[in-house]
Structures are given as C-alpha cells and as structure tokens.
Design a protein around this ligand. Sequence first.
Ligand code: NAP
Length: 327
Amino acid sequence: MSDVRDVIVIGGGPAGYTAALYAARANLQPLVIEGFSWGGQLMITSDVENYPGYPDGVMGPEMMAEFRRQAERFGTEFVTDDVTRVDFSERPFRVWVEGEEYRARSVIVATGASARWLGLESEERLKGRGVSACATCDGAFFRDKHIFVVGGGDSAFEEALFLTRFGYKVTLVHRRDEFRASQIMVDRARDNEKIEFKTPFAVEEVLGEDSISGLRLRNTETDETEEVEAGALFVAIGHDPNTNLFVDQLDHDANGYLVTKPGTTETNIAGVFAAGDVQDHVYRQAVTAAGSGCMAALDAERFLAADEGHAGTALTAPRPEAEPTKV
Ligand code: NAP
C-alpha cells in the first residue's frame, strides 16, 4: 500500500491550496489534483481588494500563483489535470485522471463553482463572438463598444465597473429593480457616468449571426420586448458548484452543493472532506474558501491520526491539555 497517500486534494483554488499548505506542513505530503485550468475563479478576476493582507489590492491570478507557491514550498505535489472519476465506496479512496489511478486515506474536495449561463441557444452560439462570462479575459476585445452586463449581484457590478475601461458605455441589465450587490458596489456604479441601468429587464435573445449585433430585452413587469444594439454581452448571474463527479456518492443539496456537518468540513463519508465554494453557497469569498481549506486539512489530519495512527507529524493535531501558565 506504499502508493497510498495520506491526502489527495481535488481542486486548485483558494480552498485546495490552503488545505494543501496545512497538510504539507503537517508532513502529510499532499497531492493536489488541481485541474487543467488551475487557480479557480480568481484566475478570471481582476483586482482583489478584500483579501486581508493586501491593502493595495492584488490581481487574482497573481494571488493564486502565490497560494500555489506557498503550498509547494512545504512539499505539495501537483497534477495539473482534471479528475475524471472517483470511488469513495471503500478505503483507500480512489481518484482517476483518465487512466491514471491515485489512492489516498483521505480526500479533500475543493473543486469550487463555475459561472452560470442564461441557457439561450443564441448565447451558446455566440460565446467567444461577443458573449463572455469573464470581463478580465475578454473585456479588452470590446474597446469603444456598447457593452452589456446581465446580473444584479456583486459580480455583475464588478464586471460593469471593470468594463468601463474599454466600452464607451456599459449597460447593466437586471431582471428586478432591486440589486443583490453590496451598497458600495451599487454606489460606485451609480457614480460612474459610463454606466447605465436597464431594469427590470431580462435578456431574451442574443442577436447576430457570426458575432453579436444586439439583444432582445424583455420588460419583466410588462412583458414588452425591445431590441437594442450591443457590441458585447457579459453574463454575470452567479455560479453552480462543480460537483458532477461527486453527487452520486456525497450528500448534496438541491442545487448540487456538497453538504458538510455544521462547524466541520466532514461529508457523509468518513475521511472525505469538502472545502470552499463547492460546499458554500452563502459566503463564497476567497478568504472564507481559504479558511475552510485550512479546516479541511485539520479535519483530515485528525481523522488520519484517530483512524490509523498514521498522520505524519501532527503539527496541528489537538494538543494534550496544557499546563496553566503561571504568572
Ligand atoms: P449572486 O449574488 O448570486 O447574484 C446573481 C445575480 O444574477 C442576481 O442578481 C440574480 O438575480 C441574477 N440572476 C441569476 N440567475 C439569473 C438568470 N437566469 N437570468 C437573469 N439574472 C439572473 O452571484 P454573484 O454576483 O456571482 O456573487 C456571488 C457571491 O460572491 C456573493 O456573495 C458576492 O457578494 C460575492 N462577490 C463579491 C465580490 C466583491 O466583493 N468584490 C465580487 C464578486 C462576487 P436576482 O437578484 O433576481 O436573484
């Protein structure tokens, strides 16, 4: 069983790399199967202004490269590919990347979430031809165009604000008159003279043959439709958890988010833990994902120590009752 690892982490975002960092420092020699597009959602984020420790902000990809480097420093190994199958029905747990099988005594699932799409045939057809879900990746293609953003949460506002660097005008389309976004983002957008609001409207169709030429919008109160010219459409309507690989083996809620025991990262299978956005539809922040990645590594470490007396050097396992400090 020498090829059986203590910990495999599936997913290379803030949760996965933080879990790896803690597991590596506990001498558990984690393997992170980080995905072909490692780094997670922060790879398509511009300035991160709310991660503590970066008072001047940091670019998302730069921050993820630093997370990865820090995990690597303590001996984490990486497979830069996508997991294609898992079997958690018996131990050691088994994880496959195509034909390659990996085995481990514990697994931390940290596969995150992915951008949601409107689900229109025309949206699918014009992806990469004016329709995008990533302003950081594609915004610069639409210099001096009239850019539309759909959504009413922080992501939509963030995208809209970022896109004012490129478009001559940015119109934010939202299906309700109230926004889910935080007040500071709404205020910033309202103060930006390049941003207009179109509410309560839904995008009913993306118009254009080979590239986007416009949108058909529907007033969600009156049902009246209108067509507008558009140079680009950025979809920013939230995310879905990346749990297809796991839903037949791990407990999940109606939206596919993995369910963990409150206050822990434990799933319904002992030895399998879940961290980050894959199990959190409430907070979904890099800092909360990183925090739960840390929790998952500590939970895995304690599980291994209790289960098999084989948890490497338990740097962070519960300590024996300390003598009270005398003053
Ligand atoms: P979100 O808060 O869930 O907002 C999604 C928005 O898209 C909602 O306004 C929703 O409308 C709309 N929507 C959903 N499905 C739709 C559909 N089929 N058609 C049209 N509109 C649709 O998602 P998010 O903006 O991605 O934010 C997720 C989390 O990340 C939040 O906690 C947010 O605070 C955080 N975040 C923070 C920052 C930041 O602080 N810099 C940046 C980005 C994200 P309804 O409101 O009508 O449901």
